[in-house]
Write a new protein. Sequence first.
Lengths: 302, 453
Amino acid sequence: MALFEAKNVTKQYGDQLALDNVSISVPEQCIYGLLGPNGAGKTTLIRIINQITGPDSGELFLNGKKLVPSDVQLIGYLPEERGLYKKMKVGEQALYFAQLKGLSKAEAMKRLKYWFKKLDIIDWWGKKVEELSKGMQQKVQFVTTVLHEPKLLIFDEPFTGFDPLNTKIIKNEILFLRERGATIIFSTHNMESVEELCDNITLIDKAKTILEGSVNEIRSKWAANEYDLVFDGDVKIEGNGHYSILKLQKDNNKSIFRLKTTSEINTNEILQTAMKSGNIISFNPALPSMNEIFIRVVETRN
Amino acid sequence: MNKISVIIKREYVTRVRKKSFIIMTILAPILMATIIIVPTLIMTSQSGEFKKIAVVEDNSNLFKGVIKNTKDAEFVYLENTKVEDLKKTFEKSGYYGILYISPELINTPNAVYLISGKQPPIGLLQHIENSLKKEIERQKLLAYKIENLDDIMKNVETNVSVQTKKLDESGVEKRTSTGIAMALAYILGFLMYMLVFIFGAQVMRGVIEEKTSRVVEVIISSVKPVQLMMGKIIGIALVGLTQFLIWIFLTVAIVGVLKTTILHKTNTTEISKSMPQNLMSGNQPQVAVTTQTQEMSPQLAEFSKMFDSAMNQPWGLIIICFIFYFVTGYLLYASVFAAIGSAVDNETETQQFMLPVTIPIILGLMVAMGTMQNPESPLSFWCSMIPLTSPIVMMARIPFGVPYWQIAVSMVLMLITFGAFVWMAAKVYRTGILMYGKKTSWKEMWKWLRYSG
């Protein structure tokens, strides 16, 4: 069952259409990627989900029921640009946001201590936000977002500003939160993290949904009969009537061929011919990266 | 409601803890008290330097010993000395001045002059004039050969100073002073202007800070925009009230302490000196009181009078009205400031919106200044009714006495207007706070005002 659904959401700012009949359906305990070029309308959709602005038309459902203002308690939101009071101390500020989310002071304190220790930021408790680096601020904000243990978490560009190590830490925390029952929607330009984390995605361009579904399905759909064939050692094969060779790569005493089948042919037949040429290490359908798909989809539209 | 209180608490605590707040809170009353006290101190304390004055009379000896020595002036009566000779040796003589009294003085009132190297203080001149005047009057009366003249003189002697009293509704007379009312009008009007402006602008800056740092997105995903706006406005209002109350308390304390230490010391000695005289004329108590004040140095008496009439101001009414007008006036302007803050992306952009808002405030201040001269003028009356200027102008009028019905009408108008302004501001704020990168115009804001839902 879908934890969150948006049906036919349309939003207009002045004479500019920000969202045109966009629908998404986010299953429970799913990590849902919201992709799209800059200015596509992702942030508008996120703001509508957070009830910061209302849609002009369309409906939103949480747990099968219509979204109501009190549902903000069930949602955690990490905005794209870090929103923290610069002059305020880290600990006080985290406590403030937690209280605004309806936690008691004592409970908020307990949870903050837990998270600050977990993310190794407890030493910054008494520091002012302006003394912190961007990445550090982001960690603090991450904690304030997840603290009230919301059912639905929304991260707008959660990885910008993080070094690779901290990116990994946050990725692990996201997976951990999902395991504990949270459902996560996040928008990103980082396609690698989409492949790593997302179960489902929606790609929005110019206010419209242009691609949606599970990541694996999308990638196999876009695979377009391409395979990677890897031999041990220096091997040569030639294309025939059934397949052509798109590219050859030699690396670490291996030969990697990218094949594209040109006719209806069983993959076993390809392997049978190939076996004669050398020692096969692996044979895989070549899945295009989300990056490639993203670029191809958006470019063909333009 | 609970969330609003969390917001109010944050707004309040972060501001009250700031160094600038603590410094301003402590320094302002000290400054205020200094402004009140220092001029009186200068007035009351004689100019320090001890003066020796040579009195020359062309050997007539008519006024010998008439001018008594005072705390800081000694009068030396010189016989057989010519003014011309004294003038020549004046530099070396060590005299502060030469007082020449012509024998003709009894008939020619200005046949006396004081030659001095410096401008003599007014207190010294008054002392000389009073002494000579009394002596001349005495000598003239002597010529009538009345018996027991000295006793009669003592009995007759009076000193008149006009005291203004105001009849309040219960028929109780109160001593007032126009000077005090004017000073108070000025201080109250100006204070109101400052507080509304300073704290209103703080609201605006707070809103802009939240908008530019995008904190607002996080908060709006937890509370309603109106809650955030009202929380901020109320929090800052409490900061203002805290500061105001501390100011009143400290100013009263400082002035009180200074009054008792400076005034009382001098008062008691002067009064005890004049006691025997009062007892002699004991059957006329009213005169006794005036003689008592007369014996005090005139400045000191004036100061004491000022104090009495300052204390006789309707302080309860003033403080209640001040708090009412501060809260409502501030809420009115602060909500407009909040709306402006929400509509812009940074502080420099606020200017086009600031002008129309500051005009009524400054107009209010200017009318308030005029009110000090003429509290009953129609302009003052209308400006104390119109809610945009009434907080400042009404505060300036109250020390002069305002009929209760006028205050009531002004307050009701204020409440209605402030309610309307907060409602409109909330609508603009709700849209503006999430609008980025768009230059906002008045027209745009009008559109936001009419958005529904």
